[in-house]
Design a binder for this molecule. Structure first.
Ligand code: PEP
Ligand code: MN
Length: 297
Protein backbone atom coordinates (compact mmCIF):
# COMPACT_ATOMS: atom_id res chain seq x y z
CA UNK A 1 0.00 0.00 0.00
CA UNK A 2 1.33 3.38 -0.97
CA UNK A 3 1.71 5.33 2.30
CA UNK A 4 0.67 8.43 0.35
CA UNK A 5 -2.86 7.04 0.31
CA UNK A 6 -3.11 7.20 4.05
CA UNK A 7 -5.18 10.26 4.64
CA UNK A 8 -5.17 11.36 0.98
CA UNK A 9 -8.77 10.35 0.49
CA UNK A 10 -10.03 10.73 4.03
CA UNK A 11 -11.54 14.16 3.31
CA UNK A 12 -14.06 12.28 1.15
CA UNK A 13 -15.40 10.68 4.29
CA UNK A 14 -18.72 9.47 2.85
CA UNK A 15 -17.15 7.47 0.02
CA UNK A 16 -13.61 6.68 1.25
CA UNK A 17 -12.57 3.69 3.30
CA UNK A 18 -11.05 4.87 6.50
CA UNK A 19 -9.33 2.89 9.22
CA UNK A 20 -12.59 2.84 11.13
CA UNK A 21 -14.68 1.34 8.29
CA UNK A 22 -11.97 -0.66 6.47
CA UNK A 23 -13.49 -4.08 7.18
CA UNK A 24 -14.90 -5.92 4.16
CA UNK A 25 -18.34 -5.90 5.68
CA UNK A 26 -18.31 -2.12 5.43
CA UNK A 27 -18.45 -2.15 1.62
CA UNK A 28 -21.39 -0.43 0.00
CA UNK A 29 -23.77 -2.72 -1.84
CA UNK A 30 -25.89 -0.85 -4.34
CA UNK A 31 -29.32 -2.45 -4.52
CA UNK A 32 -31.05 -2.07 -7.89
CA UNK A 33 -34.36 -3.95 -8.01
CA UNK A 34 -33.29 -7.54 -7.17
CA UNK A 35 -29.64 -6.97 -8.17
CA UNK A 36 -26.82 -6.34 -5.72
CA UNK A 37 -23.87 -4.42 -7.16
CA UNK A 38 -20.70 -4.60 -5.07
CA UNK A 39 -21.61 -7.87 -3.36
CA UNK A 40 -20.63 -11.36 -4.43
CA UNK A 41 -22.27 -11.17 -7.89
CA UNK A 42 -20.47 -9.89 -10.96
CA UNK A 43 -23.03 -7.67 -12.67
CA UNK A 44 -22.90 -7.16 -16.42
CA UNK A 45 -24.70 -4.16 -17.92
CA UNK A 46 -24.97 -4.38 -21.69
CA UNK A 47 -26.80 -2.85 -24.62
CA UNK A 48 -26.47 -0.32 -27.38
CA UNK A 49 -24.59 2.94 -27.07
CA UNK A 50 -27.78 4.73 -28.14
CA UNK A 51 -31.41 3.66 -28.21
CA UNK A 52 -32.21 3.84 -31.93
CA UNK A 53 -35.51 1.99 -32.43
CA UNK A 54 -37.90 -0.43 -30.72
CA UNK A 55 -36.70 -3.32 -32.81
CA UNK A 56 -33.01 -2.60 -32.14
CA UNK A 57 -33.53 -2.23 -28.39
CA UNK A 58 -35.88 -5.15 -27.76
CA UNK A 59 -33.78 -7.58 -29.78
CA UNK A 60 -30.66 -6.46 -27.92
CA UNK A 61 -32.37 -6.68 -24.53
CA UNK A 62 -33.50 -10.23 -25.21
CA UNK A 63 -30.04 -11.30 -26.46
CA UNK A 64 -28.05 -9.81 -23.57
CA UNK A 65 -30.50 -11.13 -20.96
CA UNK A 66 -30.19 -14.62 -22.41
CA UNK A 67 -26.40 -14.37 -22.27
CA UNK A 68 -26.43 -13.42 -18.57
CA UNK A 69 -26.56 -9.61 -18.41
CA UNK A 70 -28.66 -8.20 -15.54
CA UNK A 71 -28.91 -4.57 -16.65
CA UNK A 72 -29.77 -3.07 -20.06
CA UNK A 73 -27.80 0.01 -21.09
CA UNK A 74 -28.90 2.47 -23.77
CA UNK A 75 -28.49 6.20 -24.19
CA UNK A 76 -31.60 8.27 -24.87
CA UNK A 77 -29.79 11.59 -24.33
CA UNK A 78 -26.39 11.37 -26.02
CA UNK A 79 -23.34 13.55 -25.44
CA UNK A 80 -21.75 13.57 -28.89
CA UNK A 81 -18.38 14.92 -29.94
CA UNK A 82 -20.00 16.44 -33.03
CA UNK A 83 -23.14 18.61 -32.95
CA UNK A 84 -24.10 17.01 -36.28
CA UNK A 85 -24.13 13.46 -34.88
CA UNK A 86 -27.28 11.63 -33.69
CA UNK A 87 -28.29 13.19 -30.36
CA UNK A 88 -30.59 10.41 -29.13
CA UNK A 89 -34.36 9.83 -29.07
CA UNK A 90 -34.98 11.66 -25.78
CA UNK A 91 -38.12 10.64 -23.88
CA UNK A 92 -39.18 8.29 -26.67
CA UNK A 93 -35.95 6.38 -25.97
CA UNK A 94 -36.75 6.26 -22.25
CA UNK A 95 -40.16 4.75 -23.04
CA UNK A 96 -38.52 2.06 -25.15
CA UNK A 97 -36.13 1.27 -22.30
CA UNK A 98 -39.09 0.88 -19.92
CA UNK A 99 -40.78 -1.43 -22.41
CA UNK A 100 -37.61 -3.55 -22.69
CA UNK A 101 -37.47 -3.79 -18.89
CA UNK A 102 -41.10 -4.93 -18.75
CA UNK A 103 -40.47 -7.61 -21.38
CA UNK A 104 -37.13 -8.97 -20.11
CA UNK A 105 -36.90 -8.15 -16.39
CA UNK A 106 -33.59 -6.38 -16.97
CA UNK A 107 -32.94 -3.24 -14.94
CA UNK A 108 -32.25 -0.07 -16.93
CA UNK A 109 -29.26 2.25 -16.97
CA UNK A 110 -29.25 5.41 -19.08
CA UNK A 111 -27.27 8.64 -19.18
CA UNK A 112 -28.37 11.95 -17.72
CA UNK A 113 -26.52 15.04 -18.98
CA UNK A 114 -28.36 17.92 -17.35
CA UNK A 115 -29.84 18.62 -13.94
CA UNK A 116 -33.01 19.69 -15.75
CA UNK A 117 -33.53 16.13 -17.00
CA UNK A 118 -32.96 14.36 -13.67
CA UNK A 119 -36.61 14.08 -12.63
CA UNK A 120 -37.83 12.90 -16.01
CA UNK A 121 -35.06 10.29 -16.43
CA UNK A 122 -35.40 9.07 -12.83
CA UNK A 123 -39.04 8.33 -13.68
CA UNK A 124 -37.84 5.62 -16.10
CA UNK A 125 -34.30 4.55 -15.15
CA UNK A 126 -33.07 2.27 -12.37
CA UNK A 127 -29.51 3.61 -12.60
CA UNK A 128 -28.59 7.15 -13.64
CA UNK A 129 -25.37 7.21 -15.67
CA UNK A 130 -23.10 10.26 -15.38
CA UNK A 131 -20.86 10.32 -18.44
CA UNK A 132 -17.18 11.12 -18.60
CA UNK A 133 -17.90 14.65 -19.87
CA UNK A 134 -20.20 15.35 -16.93
CA UNK A 135 -18.09 14.09 -14.02
CA UNK A 136 -17.47 17.66 -12.88
CA UNK A 137 -20.94 19.02 -13.63
CA UNK A 138 -21.63 19.89 -10.00
CA UNK A 139 -25.18 21.13 -10.59
CA UNK A 140 -25.98 17.71 -12.05
CA UNK A 141 -24.18 15.81 -9.27
CA UNK A 142 -26.08 17.76 -6.62
CA UNK A 143 -29.40 17.15 -8.34
CA UNK A 144 -28.64 13.42 -8.32
CA UNK A 145 -28.40 13.56 -4.54
CA UNK A 146 -32.18 13.50 -4.24
CA UNK A 147 -33.17 11.55 -7.37
CA UNK A 148 -34.00 8.33 -5.50
CA UNK A 149 -32.02 6.20 -7.96
CA UNK A 150 -28.56 4.62 -7.94
CA UNK A 151 -25.92 6.63 -9.79
CA UNK A 152 -23.14 5.23 -11.98
CA UNK A 153 -20.37 7.83 -12.01
CA UNK A 154 -17.91 7.56 -14.88
CA UNK A 155 -14.40 8.81 -14.45
CA UNK A 156 -13.70 12.00 -16.40
CA UNK A 157 -11.37 11.25 -19.29
CA UNK A 158 -8.68 13.50 -17.77
CA UNK A 159 -9.63 13.08 -14.12
CA UNK A 160 -7.47 11.61 -11.37
CA UNK A 161 -8.96 9.04 -9.02
CA UNK A 162 -8.95 11.68 -6.31
CA UNK A 163 -11.09 13.91 -8.52
CA UNK A 164 -13.44 11.00 -9.26
CA UNK A 165 -13.92 10.43 -5.53
CA UNK A 166 -14.45 14.15 -5.00
CA UNK A 167 -17.38 14.00 -7.44
CA UNK A 168 -18.72 10.90 -5.69
CA UNK A 169 -18.50 12.78 -2.40
CA UNK A 170 -20.60 15.61 -3.89
CA UNK A 171 -23.39 13.15 -4.74
CA UNK A 172 -23.15 11.51 -1.32
CA UNK A 173 -23.21 14.86 0.50
CA UNK A 174 -26.30 15.79 -1.49
CA UNK A 175 -28.03 12.76 0.04
CA UNK A 176 -27.40 9.75 -2.21
CA UNK A 177 -25.01 6.97 -1.10
CA UNK A 178 -26.04 4.56 -3.85
CA UNK A 179 -23.03 5.24 -6.08
CA UNK A 180 -21.14 2.95 -8.47
CA UNK A 181 -17.74 4.11 -9.78
CA UNK A 182 -16.82 3.36 -13.40
CA UNK A 183 -13.37 3.26 -15.00
CA UNK A 184 -13.82 3.84 -18.75
CA UNK A 185 -10.31 4.72 -19.90
CA UNK A 186 -8.43 7.98 -19.75
CA UNK A 187 -6.69 10.21 -22.29
CA UNK A 188 -2.98 9.57 -22.61
CA UNK A 189 -0.40 10.05 -25.38
CA UNK A 190 -1.32 6.59 -26.71
CA UNK A 191 -3.46 6.60 -29.85
CA UNK A 192 -3.71 2.86 -30.64
CA UNK A 193 -6.78 2.64 -28.41
CA UNK A 194 -9.55 5.23 -28.06
CA UNK A 195 -8.63 5.70 -24.41
CA UNK A 196 -6.13 4.00 -22.09
CA UNK A 197 -7.80 1.59 -19.68
CA UNK A 198 -6.32 2.36 -16.28
CA UNK A 199 -6.63 -1.17 -14.95
CA UNK A 200 -4.89 -0.23 -11.69
CA UNK A 201 -7.78 2.14 -11.00
CA UNK A 202 -9.88 -0.88 -10.01
CA UNK A 203 -7.75 -2.20 -7.11
CA UNK A 204 -6.84 1.34 -6.07
CA UNK A 205 -10.46 2.48 -5.92
CA UNK A 206 -11.51 -0.72 -4.17
CA UNK A 207 -8.83 -0.09 -1.58
CA UNK A 208 -9.40 3.59 -0.91
CA UNK A 209 -13.21 3.52 -1.29
CA UNK A 210 -16.01 1.23 -0.13
CA UNK A 211 -18.06 1.87 -3.30
CA UNK A 212 -18.55 -0.75 -6.04
CA UNK A 213 -16.28 -0.35 -9.08
CA UNK A 214 -17.13 -1.44 -12.60
CA UNK A 215 -15.26 -1.20 -15.90
CA UNK A 216 -16.43 -0.04 -19.32
CA UNK A 217 -14.07 -1.84 -21.71
CA UNK A 218 -15.95 -0.55 -24.79
CA UNK A 219 -15.11 3.14 -24.42
CA UNK A 220 -11.62 2.27 -23.20
CA UNK A 221 -10.82 0.14 -26.25
CA UNK A 222 -12.73 1.95 -28.98
CA UNK A 223 -12.42 -1.22 -31.03
CA UNK A 224 -14.50 -4.34 -30.51
CA UNK A 225 -11.78 -6.97 -30.83
CA UNK A 226 -10.11 -5.71 -27.62
CA UNK A 227 -13.28 -5.63 -25.52
CA UNK A 228 -13.30 -9.31 -24.38
CA UNK A 229 -9.63 -9.13 -23.36
CA UNK A 230 -10.14 -5.96 -21.33
CA UNK A 231 -13.24 -7.53 -19.81
CA UNK A 232 -11.13 -10.52 -18.66
CA UNK A 233 -8.59 -8.18 -17.12
CA UNK A 234 -11.34 -6.30 -15.30
CA UNK A 235 -12.65 -9.50 -13.75
CA UNK A 236 -9.24 -10.63 -12.58
CA UNK A 237 -8.38 -7.33 -10.86
CA UNK A 238 -11.60 -7.50 -8.86
CA UNK A 239 -14.12 -5.31 -10.68
CA UNK A 240 -17.74 -5.68 -9.53
CA UNK A 241 -19.11 -5.66 -13.06
CA UNK A 242 -18.93 -4.38 -16.62
CA UNK A 243 -20.69 -1.87 -18.85
CA UNK A 244 -20.48 -3.17 -22.43
CA UNK A 245 -21.84 -1.91 -25.74
CA UNK A 246 -23.79 -4.47 -27.78
CA UNK A 247 -25.70 -3.90 -31.04
CA UNK A 248 -27.63 -6.25 -33.36
CA UNK A 249 -25.60 -4.94 -36.31
CA UNK A 250 -22.63 -2.86 -35.12
CA UNK A 251 -21.72 -1.88 -38.68
CA UNK A 252 -25.03 -0.01 -38.93
CA UNK A 253 -25.00 1.54 -35.43
CA UNK A 254 -25.74 5.25 -35.17
CA UNK A 255 -23.01 5.66 -32.55
CA UNK A 256 -19.96 3.73 -31.35
CA UNK A 257 -20.40 0.84 -33.81
CA UNK A 258 -16.64 0.18 -33.95
CA UNK A 259 -16.55 -0.74 -30.28
CA UNK A 260 -19.90 -2.55 -30.07
CA UNK A 261 -20.09 -6.34 -29.92
CA UNK A 262 -22.68 -8.25 -31.92
CA UNK A 263 -24.84 -10.83 -30.11
CA UNK A 264 -22.54 -13.76 -30.86
CA UNK A 265 -19.47 -11.87 -29.71
CA UNK A 266 -21.23 -10.88 -26.49
CA UNK A 267 -22.30 -14.47 -25.81
CA UNK A 268 -18.76 -15.67 -26.39
CA UNK A 269 -17.33 -12.98 -24.13
CA UNK A 270 -19.70 -13.99 -21.32
CA UNK A 271 -18.71 -17.65 -21.69
CA UNK A 272 -15.03 -16.73 -21.81
CA UNK A 273 -15.32 -14.83 -18.52
CA UNK A 274 -16.54 -17.82 -16.50
CA UNK A 275 -13.14 -19.26 -15.42
CA UNK A 276 -11.91 -15.75 -14.67
CA UNK A 277 -14.92 -15.13 -12.48
CA UNK A 278 -14.00 -18.24 -10.48
CA UNK A 279 -10.49 -16.82 -10.16
CA UNK A 280 -11.87 -13.48 -9.03
CA UNK A 281 -13.08 -15.05 -5.81
CA UNK A 282 -9.41 -15.64 -4.98
CA UNK A 283 -8.33 -12.24 -6.29
CA UNK A 284 -10.67 -10.62 -3.80
CA UNK A 285 -8.52 -12.08 -1.04
CA UNK A 286 -5.48 -10.26 -2.50
CA UNK A 287 -7.04 -6.85 -2.06
CA UNK A 288 -4.44 -4.44 -0.58
CA UNK A 289 -5.24 -3.32 2.94
CA UNK A 290 -5.14 0.17 4.32
CA UNK A 291 -2.28 0.44 6.79
CA UNK A 292 -2.04 2.68 9.79
CA UNK A 293 1.47 3.90 9.05
CA UNK A 294 3.84 3.87 6.04
CA UNK A 295 6.65 1.33 5.61
CA UNK A 296 10.33 1.93 4.77
CA UNK A 297 9.54 3.64 1.44
C1 PEP B 1 -21.63 5.94 -23.25
O1 PEP B 1 -21.65 5.16 -22.28
O2 PEP B 1 -22.18 5.71 -24.33
C2 PEP B 1 -20.78 7.17 -23.15
C3 PEP B 1 -21.06 8.26 -23.85
O3 PEP B 1 -19.74 6.96 -22.34
P1 PEP B 1 -18.59 7.99 -21.84
O4 PEP B 1 -19.29 9.04 -21.06
O5 PEP B 1 -17.69 7.10 -21.03
O6 PEP B 1 -17.90 8.51 -23.09
MN1 MN C 1 -21.01 4.93 -26.43
Amino acid sequence: MNPKWNGQFSCFDLVARTDSNAGRSARTIVQVRDIEIGGSDFVVMAGPCAVESEDQLLRTAEAVAKAGARVLRGGAYKPRSSPYAFQGLGEEGLKLLAKARAETGLAIITEVMSEEDVELIAGYADIMQVGTRSMENYALLEALGSCGRAVLLKRGMTATLEELLRSAQVIAMAGNRQIILCERGIRTFETATRNTLDIAAVPVLKTVSHLPVIVDPSHAAGIRCLVPTLARASVVVGADGLLVEVHPCPEAAMSDGNQSLNFREFREMMRDLEPYLALQQETRQLQPQLVASGGAD
